[in-house]
Design a protein around this ligand. Structure first.
Ligand code: ZN
Length: 78
């Protein structure tokens, strides 16, 4: 792989929203539970701990980027 290819693939990853990717893979019931957790004002840490307890991979950074709108996707949590 050339350096240009490497950099292009890094940029592609940065432009992906890890949160949306995780969210889209959830079951409808889990999506609803997650939406409700934000509506209830649960902290990011609380939500992340619950996700991890269920074996769902996410990270503080992915959630933070998404919630402050620093990610490229349009799907913002309520
Ligand atoms: Zn996002």
């Amino acid at each position: 792989m050339s350096l240009a290819d490497q950099l292009a693939s890094i940029e592609k990853n940065l432009n992906n929203c890890a949160y949306a990717k995780m969210y889209n893979a959830l079951s409808p019931a889990d999506k609803k539970a997650l939406d409700e957790a934000w509506l209830k004002g649960y902290s990011q840490n609380t939500v992340l701990m619950a996700l991890r307890a269920e074996g769902i991979k996410s990270s503080n950074e992915a959630i933070r980027r998404h919630r402050i709108g620093a990610c490229p996707c349009q799907k913002k949590p309520s």
